[in-house]
Design a protein around this ligand. Structure first.
Ligand code: NDP
Length: 254
């Protein structure tokens, strides 16, 4: 096989959770641009219209599905619907996520459960359901975070969930290599999305953060296209259990 096929996802079938906006929508469209047919999920299927239109404009199939990843029964139903309608499943992107910063002395059980159930429990059961359908092997990509490497005050439930997700990435990679399923993670740096918009409202915060990023700019969503396609594709065929920061040099310089 020639090098041209290294990043080609033609014939691949993907499921991307949390694709109604932000990073999930970006990655779903990037996988379609590389040739994959893509099932996309959000809590309300109606919010997936723009993502579906962008995938179909590329000539690929899009399957929109309603899914709250905190509900394991819904996870099973949605993953099986994706695999049934796409004719298989070879790529899962565990992107759906929730974040809320709060002093740890004020964190409630409800907030802890919301963040852990979305970011960690949801990702695990999506992976479990997807692995059962990845009969010819596959690639699972988890959205981790710089909080797996750096302790960020007031983000303790979030950081705990993402650090747990990194542990899950490594353990599943070790366990499922025998099934031909690779499991890796992406750790985005600072990207302006609905999740993080409140921070960007502060010029002082922006200037302080930019001073810590060697490339002196925030991430743009398209900065994540390459790593997502790479981890889904044959190009990364001997890589599993790893987490890839996409952070403009932040981690390297602290
Ligand atoms: P957004 O808030 O813009 O998007 C989050 C997505 O997750 C939405 O599509 C939302 O869909 C979905 N979602 C939230 N809760 C649930 C749920 N219970 N069940 C199903 N879907 C849900 O965030 P980003 O695009 O910024 O983040 C995407 C991922 O990247 C997250 O895992 C986040 O932790 C991670 N990340 C982001 C960074 C950043 O700087 N932005 C940095 C590091 C990591 P809907 O609300 O329509 O259901």
């Amino acid at each position: 096989m020639g090098d041209a096929s290294l990043f080609d996802l033609t014939g691949q079938t993907a499921l991307v959770t949390g694709a109604s906006r932000g990073i999930g929508q970006e990655i779903a469209v990037a996988l379609a641009r590389a040739g994959a047919d893509v099932a996309v999920t959000a809590r309300a299927a109606a919010s997936l219209g723009a993502c579906v239109a962008a995938i179909e404009a590329l000539g690929r199939r899009a399957v929109p599905l309603a899914l709250d990843v905190r509900d394991v029964a819904q996870v099973t139903t949605a993953v099986n619907a994706a695999a049934d309608q796409l004719g298989g499943l070879s790529i899962l992107v565990n992107n759906a996520g929730a974040e809320e910063v709060m002093p740890s002395l004020d964190v409630t059980e409800a907030l802890w459960d919301k963040i852990l159930d979305t970011n960690l429990k949801g990702a695990f059961f999506c992976a479990q359901a997807a692995a059962k359908r990845m009969t010819a092997g596959g690639s699972i990509i988890n959205l981790c975070s710089l909080t797996t490497e750096v302790g960020i005050p007031t983000a303790v439930p979030y950081g705990s969930s993402k650090t747990g997700l990194l542990g899950m990435t490594r353990a599943l990679a070790a366990e499922w290599a025998a099934l031909g399923i690779r499991v890796n993670a992406i750790a985005p740096g600072y990207f302006r999305t609905a999740m993080t918009e409140a921070f960007y409202q502060s010029d002082a915060w922006q200037q302080a953060m930019l001073a810590k990023i060697p490339m002196a700019r925030f991430g743009e969503l398209r900065d994540l296209d390459g790593i997502a396609v790479f981890l889904a594709a044959r190009a990364s065929g001997y890589i599993t259990g790893q987490c890839f920061p996409v952070d403009g040099g932040f981690l390297a310089s602290i």
